[in-house]
Design a protein around this ligand. Structure first.
Ligand SMILES: Nc1ncnc2c1ncn2[C@@H]1O[C@H](COP(=O)(O)OP(=O)(O)OP(=O)(O)O)[C@@H](O)[C@H]1O
Length: 292
C-alpha cells in the first residue's frame, strides 16, 4: 500500500495525529564469513515508512526473520538505523537520548523472564524507572507503584517476590507495569504473549486492551499469530524480507488481502495441519505493493 492509501485511512479515521512515524527506515547487518556462509550483508529492514496514529493499534505481522524485532529495536532507540529516522510525537529519536524517549515509548518483550532483573523484587523492578527519572518523592513513588501494580493485577503478597517466584503471566504483568509506570504514550509489544500458555495469553491480551483504554495508549503490536492480531488491531502492516508489502485496515486484510504474501500468510494460519507454520516462500518482485 502506498502513502495515498495510508492517508485515506487516516482521513477515514478522522485523525492525522501521528504518535509514531518511521521515515524510510533501513538497517543492514554485516555477515562475517562462517562455515556455511560467505561474507556479505543482510538488509534486515529495508526502507520502511509507517505511521501510527494516536490511539490506534497497528499490527506488524510476518514470518520469523522478516525483520520485525530489528524494526522494534530501532523504534526504541536500542539499535541505530543504517538510514532513515523515527519520530516520536513529531520529534526524532536520538539513540544517545534513550532516557528522554523512554518517557514516551516503552517496550514489552516476548520473554518477561529474561527482561526482568532476577535479583530485584517486583516493587524494585517496577519502581526503578521512577527513581531513574527522578519522578516524585519517595512517598509519591510508593503510591504510584502500588497503583500501577494494582492496575495490572499483581496482589500485594507478590510485591516483594523475585521473578523466579512468579508465574509466566505474572512476570508479563510486571513487565507491563514497568513499561507503564512512566505513563508513556506508545507501547511496542513484541510478541508479548507468545511465550505464555493459551489461557494466560487471553488474560494478558485483555489486560493490554483495558490499559489501552485507561491510558489512551497507541500500540505497535508485533506478532506472527494472526488469530491474536485479528482480535486486537485496527490496521495491519505485513512485513516480508525487511519490507512492508501491504498495509490495510484489519477488515480489509482479513477479507480482501491483495498481496500474494499476505494471502499466503492467511492461508497458512488457517491450515488444519498442526505445526505447519508459515512456509518460507520467496516472492517474485511485486514492486506495485512495496511501500515507497
Ligand atoms: N545482530 C545481528 N547480526 C546479524 N544479523 C542479524 C542481527 N539481528 C538480526 N539479524 C538478521 O536480520 C534478519 C531479521 O531478524 P529479526 O530478528 O528482526 O527478525 P524477526 O522477524 O523479529 O524474527 P522472529 O519473529 O523470529 O523474532 C534475520 O535474517 C536475522 O538473522
Amino acid at each position: 500500500m502506498n502513502k495515498i492509501a495510508e492517508d485515506r485511512i487516516a482521513e477515514e479515521q478522522g485523525s492525522n495525529d501521528i504518535a509514531l512515524e518511521l521515515c524510510a527506515l533501513s538497517r543492514t547487518f554485516k555477515l562475517k564469513r562462517g562455515f556455511f556462509q560467505a561474507e556479505g550483508e543482510i538488509k534486515a529492514v529495508n526502507n520502511v515508512s509507517l505511521r501510527l496514529y494516536r490511539g490506534e493499534t497497528l499490527g506488524l505481522v510476518g514470518e520469523s526473520g522478516c525483520g520485525k524485532s530489528t524494526l522494534a529495536k530501532m523504534l526504541l532507540g536500542l539499535l541505530e538505523p543504517s538510514s532513515g529516522n523515527v519520530l516520536v510525537n513529531g520529534k526524532e529519536i536520538d539513540p544517545t537520548q534513550r532516557m528522554a524517549a523512554a518517557r514516551h515509548i516503552q517496550p514489552i518483550f516476548q520473554d518477561p523472564y529474561s527482561s526482568l532483573n532476577p535479583r530485584k523484587t517486583v516493587s524494585q523492578i517496577v519502581g526503578l524507572p521512577l527513581k531513574l527519572h527522578g519522578i516524585g518523592n519517595a512517598a509519591e513513588q510508593r503510591s504510584k507503584l502500588r497503583e500501577m501494580l494494582d492496575l495490572v493485577g499483581m496482589p500485594e503478597r507478590t510485591h516483594h517476590q523475585y521473578p523466579n517466584q512468579l508465574s509466566g503471566g505474572q512476570r508479563q504483568r510486571v513487565a507491563i507495569a514497568r513499561a507503564l509506570i512512566l505513563r508513556p504514550d506508545i507501547l511496542i509489544c513484541d510478541e508479548p504473549t507468545s511465550a505464555l500458555d493459551v489461557s494466560v495469553q487471553a488474560q494478558i491480551l485483555n489486560l493490554l486492551l483495558d490499559l489501552k483504554r485507561e491510558f489512551g495508549l497507541t500500540y505497535l503490536f508485533i506478532s506472527h499469530d494472526l488469530g491474536v492480531v485479528e482480535h486486537l488491531v485496527d490496521r495491519v502492516a505485513v512485513m516480508h524480507q525487511g519490507s512492508i508489502v501491504e498495509l490495510e485496515t484489519r477488515e480489509k486484510i482479513f477479507s480482501q488481502a491483495q498481496h500474494p504474501y499476505t494471502q499466503m500468510l492467511l492461508a497458512s494460519a488457517l491450515s488444519p495441519e498442526p505445526g505447519l507454520g508459515i512456509p518460507d516462500i520467496v516472492l517474485q518482485e511485486s514492486p506495485a505493493y512495496v511501500m515507497q
